[in-house]
Unconditional design. Structure first.
Length: 124
């Protein structure tokens, strides 16, 4: 009987430790333009998916357009990326499987280039 109680207690303690230790994952990537150049200070928003999406992270990318988020729960996330002079981008990322490769997001420029304007005038 003592052995049974000892084994049962040990199993319960191990189960509590396993359930209490929540798995987390990291998410790294880079925001680039069409030419592969990193976009400085892009806004990155990460949302949970589902019926009631929650904002998990909001921040800016680094000088090379890179970012790294630590401690996310393995799940699927909605990513919203915006930067001045570029179209906003929405992407879905599955972080349930471990991946060491950083994700690369390319933004499309929405800057309009105008031709040279020549202005004529005369003195009055």
């Amino acid at each position: 009987m003592k052995k049974f109680k000892l084994i049962t207690g040990t199993v319960l303690v191990l189960a509590i430790f396993l359930l209490a230790g929540e798995r987390t994952t990291n998410f790294a990537g880079k925001i680039q333009d069409n030419f592969g150049t990193g976009i400085v200070l892009s806004t990155l928003e990460v949302y949970t998916t589902g019926i009631n999406p929650q904002l998990v992270y909001k921040g800016l990318t680094g000088l090379g357009g890179d970012f790294k988020l630590n401690g996310l729960k393995p799940d699927t996330y909605k990513i919203k990326i915006s930067a001045d002079g570029f179209e906003d981008k929405i992407a879905y990322v599955d972080l349930s499987e471990k991946s060491e490769q950083p994700k690369v997001f390319k933004l499309i420029s929405n800057v309009i280039t105008l031709d040279t304007a020549v202005i004529y005038g005369k003195r009055s």
